[in-house]
Design a protein around this ligand. Structure first.
Ligand code: AMP
Length: 359
């Protein structure tokens, strides 16, 4: 046994207690590893399936240090872990994925700059730190374009599509006046994602590329395999691996890509990366040999990663808000694999569960 392999019985610390943490905790339990969840929300879905939990704020350095002291490795289920929390934890125990992945993915400007350096195509982009930057930014991206907050945006929040200088000036003011990025509008035919897993030994694998569709800016469906050419699928996998290598990454990484089709054929433009298990990888629980959750746990525990092979074509449907009320009808289909997150309260736009249909 390699010395860096955490044996069964080891404790995995998890920052964040949502559905992603819950599914990672379930996967860890199956491997005989226990999970200690750290989350400020007393109603966290991950608490009921983990061995221990701490309810405290992400900037409570005393609580973070005590938590880290009890864990053999710490991971996270969301990318906005404060840098100070990452620092406290990394000073006490292993943090996987590491601080570089967090710092890179937390800021869209840093992220796009990194991606371009790693050899990925990204939309033309420019920083906007105030109204004075508007003209220079438009000169880079053209119009229409999308203006986004550099940090804390998700599911279409913190961004506006603009098609004139006046609209951009108004959007800049609405979004806080600075710390923004302007991106060229990518005329994509399809949105896909590559779910990459990279072990502590540097070996990596990429699941079959998923084709994503959204409703109200929230992921609605992932279908695997994506309807792209074999060359595009290979290119997405190669790109995913290259990005993970450049971050010296350990764990599962989600890479969101646009597929652009023009006279030259199909090409890929990277939108963003997520240093964690990803909603578009939920199909792997039933449609792949090893789920993304198990592979994340295996990687951060220093174990070999499991096969990412697809068992059969799979469609994952997110159950958002009242969609989950149809749980009885869903389970009437014997091929539908239902996953519910145990959230007490259903709200519009809230992810309540998902269903995988395999084969
Ligand atoms: P994001 O928060 O960056 O993931 O963006 C949310 C969604 O907005 C994406 O899934 C796309 O559908 C769309 N979008 C974001 N950036 C661009 C872009 N540069 N060009 C076209 N569509 C975009």
């Amino acid at each position: 046994m390699a010395p860096e392999m955490l044996p069964p019985g080891s404790v995995i610390g998890m920052l964040g207690g949502g559905q992603l943490g819950r599914m990672m905790a379930l996967a860890a339990a199956r491997l005989g590893l226990s999970v200690h969840v750290y989350c400020p929300d007393p109603e966290s879905p991950a608490f009921e399936v983990s061995k221990a939990h701490t309810i405290a704020a992400y900037d409570d350095e005393t609580a973070l240090a005590a938590f880290a002291g009890r864990c053999d490795v710490v991971t996270y289920e969301f990318e906005n872990v404060p840098a100070c929390a990452a620092e406290v934890i990394a000073g006490k125990t292993l943090l996987r994925p590491g601080a570089l992945a967090l710092a890179t993915s937390q800021d869209r400007l840093v992220e796009k700059t990194f991606l371009r350096k790693a050899g990925a195509e990204v939309a033309a982009f420019a920083a906007i730190d105030g109204i004075d930057d508007v003209d220079a930014a438009i000169a880079v991206t053209g119009l229409p374009a999308i203006v986004k907050t550099r940090r804390f945006g998700y599911d279409g929040k913190g961004q506006r599509k603009v098609d004139s200088r006046e609209a951009l000036v108004a959007a800049v003011a609405e979004l806080g006046g600075g710390d923004l990025i302007l991106e060229a509008l990518v005329p994509f035919a399809m949105e896909v994602s590559a779910i990459v897993v990279r072990g502590a030994d540097g070996k990596s694998a990429v699941y079959d590329i998923g084709e994503n569709s959204h409703a109200n800016h929230i992921l609605k469906e992932t279908r695997v395999p994506a309807r792209v050419s074999p060359e595009t699928a290979d290119a997405a996998a190669t790109l995913g691996r290259r990005i993970a290598d450049a971050l010296d990454y350990v764990g599962v990484l989600g890479v969101e890509l646009f597929v652009v089709r023009d006279a030259r054929g199909e090409r890929l433009v990277v939108n963003e990366i997520a240093p964690r298990v990803h909603n578009s990888g939920h199909w792997t629980e039933d449609g792949a040999v090893t789920s993304q959750f198990e592979n994340h746990v295996r990687a951060i525990a220093g174990w070999s990663i499991g096969s990412v092979e697809t068992v059969a074509p799979t469609v994952m449907e997110n159950l958002i808000g009242a969609d989950a009320d149809a749980w009885a009808a869903i389970t009437a289909d014997p091929r539908a694999r239902l996953h519910l997150y145990g959230k007490a309260e259903s709200r519009p736009g809230r992810k309540m569960g998902h269903v995988n249909r395999v084969g």
